[in-house]
Design a protein around this ligand. Structure first.
Ligand SMILES: *Cc1c(COP(=O)(O)O)cnc(C)c1O
Length: 222
């Protein structure tokens, strides 16, 4: 078993030295609630999940234990699961189509809640990835800000699997997109979610406000 507390501590001290304002999300996909609890006991409160079925089971159990966790959905959400997602998540960081935004907004309305969302950006135009293309983000944002039961609070991306130069360029492009949106019509945009186990230091240097770490905390997934 990985030493979860030790890993968390190490990452936090790196955050501290690079930019103390950066938040840490623990990505607990493929790990069960007892593993989540270990991180929780070490003070971790923000968790990310990428599959609905698995996430819901964990969230239910965590609720029974009265754990005070902020759960983020960070994986692609199918339209037919939007209703459930609206029930279980207050944060959906993988908003990747206008159709999904519209559906979620309707479900959030009928459940009388506000859901915080991030737009996922396919920053390096990878055909295998989800998310809005960079050139479509402005347009998408214009319609999403009109959906009253969604609160757009950030942008998210997965860095390319490439060399450092390309990764850095992708993160830099995200940062400038983020700043452009803030200047134009999203002054409240707060989060730039980028950086995972292999590239979080670069992401922080390029302006990430929240990093999403799985393997670096919990060890390799099986
Ligand atoms: C799995 C996953 C992560 C964490 O990846 P690691 O490489 O284990 O740190 C972060 N973001 C998303 C969207 C993921 O699916």
């Amino acid at each position: 078993m990985e030493n979860i507390c030790k890993n968390l501590k190490k990452i936090k001290s790196e955050i501290e030295s690079l930019n103390p304002d950066v938040k840490l999300m623990a990505v607990s996909k493929n790990f069960n609630l007892s593993v989540v609890k270990k991180a929780y006991e070490c003070g971790q409160r923000i968790f990310g999940e990428n599959r609905m079925q698995e996430a819901i089971a964990k969230i239910e159990l965590a609720k029974q234990d009265n754990l005070d966790i902020q759960w983020h959905l960070i994986g692609h959400l199918q339209l037919n699961k939007a209703k459930k997602a609206a029930m279980y998540f207050d944060y959906i960081d993988s908003m990747d189509s206008l159709e999904l935004a519209d559906k979620l907004n309707n479900y959030a309305f009928s459940q009388n809640k506000i859901i915080n969302i991030m737009l996922e950006v396919n920053i390096a135009n990878d055909p295998k990835k989800f998310g809005f293309f960079k050139n479509d983000v402005l347009e998408a944002t214009r319609s999403i800000v009109n959906l009253k039961n969604l609160k757009l609070h950030g942008l998210m991306c997965i860095g390319p699997q490439a060399d450092e130069v390309e990764i850095r360029k992708a993160f830099r492009d995200m940062k400038s997109l983020f700043e452009d949106l803030k200047k134009s019509f999203c002054p409240d945009l707060a989060e730039l979610s980028m950086g995972m186990s292999d590239d979080y230091k670069i992401a922080i240097q390029e302006g990430s406000t929240i990093i999403r770490i799985g393997r670096g905390i919990f060890g390799e997934r099986t």
